[in-house]
Design a protein around this ligand. Structure first.
Ligand SMILES: Nc1ncnc2c1ncn2[C@@H]1O[C@H](COP(=O)(O)OP(=O)(O)OP(=O)(O)O)[C@@H](O)[C@H]1O
Ligand SMILES: [Mg+2]
Length: 434
């Protein structure tokens, strides 16, 4: 129970942390991307302005100085173009192989070419102003491939993703440690409570037995009891019987909890032995024949022979049988209680690979889908008006689940309201059935 809670806590903690990291990484990526593009735009505008100073009008023609065309500013992924006032290309420097129409209205522009390489460029256009009369004599356009910027982004992405993975790995470790620490007090107080229940149930058994014996002894001689008191004695005997059943159920439940450490309970001998499951199931089914007849229920018994498991034998169990027997008793009692007269109950048991699978199927009232996840909770009982006639305490399935888990098995339920239920118990088999 606590393991599941711990994993749920860890998972929620990690989901929140991953979401925060994700938002952080996206923010870093956006801010970094924006500022890189901004600074590149500014750099290009400055370069274009420098390039503009190298052009001048000679004999009514725009001429670009040689010293620039040989300069180191012209990188292979960059291109300078000079245009005259009529926007005709006059000169160019650089190997970048892209052709764009000149757009003098947008100073900095990003261009995409999905079909070719580079697939994205940035270009900046600045006017060329004459040194002599401050008149506009043309334009310079500088275009640069964004491949190197993309490489930077790619490296940034790798850095961010690796950072996220490393942080998640570290925080998973820290999360496991933290949840373990956080759960410790809860586990300790739960164990205390469990121990209290077990001890209280254990201590209650003797006085309750005394009340029961006294009430029954008195009832043996009804002549000595006043007429009006007979009813009261009967009520005492039946109520005591109910409390004894409840305390035994509580004790059994406490004992079948994995980490039960009560001194009282440790005294109880709980040997592990090979159990002939086929005989056990047949024996249990036989004890209910009378009840099947009373309710006119049809019984379909289909039990493979020689099914064997390893299980606990308990000296405390009221029915003096392997602990696992209680699981089938509870399931069969439920099937009988919750199946109206004339219905059918099937008990099937087979070995499937390394597991023994036992199915208790009834054609009874069924369980609402919403209730299915709660039926194994302690003291949970279905619709009171529906189950009133089967006056139990709601511990039967909780006990069954706890015992099955103690035997390294599992218990599942399938049910449809008004059609019936099917409980499936799976336990590790110890050898192949012949
Ligand atoms: N075979 C079934 N068909 C329909 N409902 C069922 C069946 N088995 C269990 N339930 C529902 O699940 C609830 C819990 O079952 P559980 O056996 O734990 O308690 P209970 O039978 O009410 O009391 P007890 O402690 O005496 O077993 C029941 O009250 C009932 O509503
Ligand atoms: Mg029950």
């Amino acid at each position: 129970m606590f393991d599941r809670l711990r994993w749920q806590l860890l998972l929620s903690y990690l989901s929140v942390f991953t979401a925060i990291l994700g938002v952080f990484a996206i923010a870093v990526r956006l801010v970094f991307g924006y500022s890189l593009r901004q600074s590149l735009s500014q750099e290009l505008v400055i370069l274009a302005e420098v390039a503009a100073t190298h052009a001048e009008i000679q004999h009514n023609r725009l001429i670009v100085g040689d010293e620039f065309t040989n300069g180191s500013l012209a990188l292979p992924d960059r291109k300078f173009e000079w245009f005259d006032r009529q926007q005709r290309l006059v000169d160019k420097v650089g190997n970048l192989n892209v052709n764009l129409p000149l757009n003098i209205n947008v100073p900095v522009q990003f261009n995409k070419y999905p079909e070719q390489k580079p697939d994205e460029t940035i270009s900046a256009v600045v006017p060329i102003i004459s040194h002599d009369d401050r008149q506009q004599i043309g334009y310079v356009r500088i275009t640069q491939s964004l491949e190197s910027l993309d490489r930077t982004f790619h490296q940034l992405d790798i850095g961010l993703i690796s950072g996220m993975i490393i942080s998640l790995a570290i925080s998973s470790g820290a999360g496991i440690w933290l949840t373990r620490r956080a759960m410790k007090p809860a586990i300790a107080s739960y164990q205390q409570l469990q121990q209290f229940t077990a001890d209280a149930a254990h201590e209650l058994r003797s006085p309750l037995m005394a009340v029961k014996t006294n009430a029954n002894t008195a009832l043996k001689y009804p002549d000595g009891i006043r007429a009006g008191d007979l009813k009261k004695f009967n009520a005492i005997a039946s109520a005591t019987e109910q409390i004894i059943t409840l305390t035994e159920d509580l004790l059994l439940l406490a004992r079948s909890e994995k980490d039960c450490s009560s001194d009282k309970l440790r005294q109880i001998d709980r040997a592990i032995e090979q159990i002939d499951l086929s005989s056990l199931l047949e024996q249990i089914a036989t004890t209910y024949h009378a009840q099947f007849d009373v309710k006119s229920l049809e019984l379909d018994l289909n039990i493979q022979s020689n099914l064997a498991i390893r299980g606990y034998i308990s000296s405390l169990d009221r029915q003096a049988m392997p602990l696992i027997g209680r699981v089938f008793i509870n399931l069969i009692e439920n099937a009988i209680h919750y199946t109206p007269s004339g219905g059918k109950i099937s008990i099937l048991a087979h070995q499937i690979e390394r597991q023994v699978e036992i199915r208790i199927i009834d054609t009874g009232v069924g369980i609402a889908t919403n209730d299915l996840e709660r039926i194994f909770d302690r003291f949970w009982r279905g619709d009171r008006s529906r189950t009133r006639w089967a006056g139990g305490s709601g511990l039967g399935l909780a006990i069954a689940k706890s015992i099955v888990e103690q035997h390294q098995g599992s218990i599942d339920v399938q049910s449809k309201l008004g059609e019936g239920s099917q409980f499936i118990v799976r336990l590790p088999a110890i050898f192949s059935a012949s």
